[in-house]
Design a binder for this molecule. Structure first.
Ligand code: SF4
Length: 509
């Protein structure tokens, strides 16, 4: 089923890919149930969405939503403004996203500035009489204050409930102002996983910003779909004589326009890039590089070779691969000796987690468990060469306690109790304090590029040594704090107990 760019509303992940947010078992069982590279389906039926049996918890303790992902993607485009058409509460993420944006700009050596975000601040009366007038005023304010090159509009649960005609306002003002005014349909309650917000942003960019009839192809330009990470792709791809076009975060509107002119698209994580990479290939023939992600030796080798094949630079790639293997080996041997017998736990987005587990095993660290925040049984390309879960199992073996869950604190306690790791590696740092209360230090991967490529193996090893050095501090915390859960819950070893009881009582009804 191709990506549908005809409508303004993106298809959610669960519609397109069969995304789940609750599952536990062995990684190999999940790979088989997903029926991507494994399990026999391999898209012969032409359907992308798979059906993996999902554990459904009776409540959510806390999470983020699609709208917030739009905030941290469309809101991070330089030269653009994002209008949050929502109650002010949806904008609480602005504080942390502003800090991340400023840090990201500084890390890339770009001029540091604040985000350009405006909330329409919908109130009770707007819920009754409609918020379109406020939206129109906010678009005009954005233009008067910033003269942006594009204006994004993020919808919210509130605007979906009242049914504001956002499309009409946007198209009228797009014509009047002469810049793209792009509605991004990302109502939090419409999708159970926040990653639909990535897709909503990318859908709007491809529909309304990307150059539709590129006048020239830039044969040495590679789109790198990423977040705010440090600039590790430029030196790697320069070895192949390629230039980097980083999108979406920290990109300019011009960077987004030229997406259709590139020679290929790559990413640090298919969870983030799946939709845009597939859409660019479908609409403009920009190859979506079909390879493992660039983590560990196996993944990085295969990733470089596929980029080289697509861009016709095989010789340079082979020379670089050989040099890098030799360069990292001495320190890798030392790290393996230093980390022998250590046990790690990965808690990040799904494709990224598959890559990080592989690196830990390259380093000789044991990984008995992992929590991924959702699972896409298949990515938009449907190409088995992007099946990162199967690649993890094939290259590095199974993970016995593999869990899918949308980062619920109350479940995390039992998950860590099961495997008792020496440290955790985490993105979406809210779970780290809980680990700390259990005496387990966390490596917060704020810079998502730290683990990319051959140097990434060493970087992660050094980070583990650093975090283990202050383990005593976390053990002291654990000795002096209590967890906020009842004794009964802390005694349970099944983090999905409530979901399973919920399923049994639903069957009885
Ligand atoms: S869009 Fe909905 S789920 Fe997201 S922050 Fe606003 S109210 Fe909450």
């Amino acid at each position: 089923m191709p990506i549908n760019l005809k409508t303004a509303v993106v298809e959610s992940r669960e519609q397109r890919l069969g995304t789940i947010i609750g599952w536990e078992g062995k990684a190999s069982d999940l790979a088989r149930e997903s029926a991507y590279a494994r399990g026999g389906c391999e898209s012969k039926c032409g359907q992308k969405a798979r059906r993996v049996c999902e554990l459904q918890s009776p409540f959510t303790q806390g999470s983020v939503c699609s709208e917030q992902m739009v905030e941290c993607q469309a809101g991070n485009v330089r030269g653009a403004v994002l209008i949050q058409h929502s109650p002010i509460g949806c904008g609480t993420g602005q504080v942390i996203y502003n800090s991340i944006y400023r840090n990201g700009l500084a890390m890339r050596g770009l001029p540091v500035e604040n985000l350009h975000l405006i909330s329409t601040n919908l109130r009770e009366t707007d819920m009754v009489f409609g918020g379109v007038a406020k939206l129109e005023q906010s678009i005009r304010d954005a233009w008067d204050r910033h003269h942006p090159k594009a204006i994004f509009i993020a919808t919210s649960c509130a605007t979906a409930i009242i049914g504001d005609d956002i499309e009409s306002v946007a198209s009228q003002l797009e014509e009047e102002l002469g810049i793209p005014v792009i509605p991004l349909h990302c109502e939090g309650f419409k999708s159970k996983h926040w990653s639909t917000g990535f897709d909503a942003t990318q859908h709007g960019i491809i529909r309304q910003i990307v150059r539709k009839n590129p006048v020239r192809k830039q044969e040495d330009l590679v789109n790198v779909i990423n977040l705010w990470g440090s600039d590790v792709f430029t030196p790697i791809l320069a070895e192949l004589g390629l230039r980097v076009n980083y999108v979406v975060d920290l990109a300019t509107v011009e960077d987004l326009e030229q997406l259709s002119e590139a020679a290929a698209t790559v990413s640090f994580c298919y969870t983030l890039s799946s939709y845009m990479a597939a859409a660019l290939e479908q609409e403009f023939g920009v190859p979506d590089v079909k390879a493992p992600l660039p983590y560990g030796f196996a993944g990085t080798d295969a990733w470089l070779r596929e980029i080289a094949r697509v861009t016709h630079r095989e010789g340079a790639a082979e020379a670089y691969i050989a040099r890098e293997h030799q360069r990292v080996k001495p320190r890798l041997d030392e790290l393996r000796a230093l980390l022998k017998g250590k046990k790690g736990y990965i808690s990040t987005g799904s494709a990224y987690a598959h890559g990080l587990i592989g690196i830990l095993r390259e380093l000789g660290v044991e990984v008995d468990g992992s929590l991924v925040f959702h699972h896409d049984p298949v990515y938009d390309s449907q190409d088995p060469r992007q099946d990162t879960l199967a690649q993890l199992i094939d290259n590095y073996g199974d993970v016995p306690q593999f869990t899918v869950g949308n980062r619920q604190q109350y479940q995390f306690f039992a998950l860590l109790q099961r495997v008792k790791p020496d440290f955790i590696i985490i993105r979406h740092n809210g779970l780290a304090p809980l680990a700390s209360r259990m005496g387990i230090p966390a490596i917060p991967l704020g810079d998502e590029h730290i683990a990319v490529g051959y140097q990434g193996i060493l970087n992660l090893g050094e980070s583990i040594l650093d975090v283990l050095a202050h383990r005593k501090y976390h053990q002291d915390i654990a000795a002096h704090v209590a967890l906020p859960y009842k004794k009964w819950w802390l005694e349970q070893d099944d983090p999905f107990l409530l979901a399973k009881e919920n399923a049994v009582s639903s069957e009885r009804e």
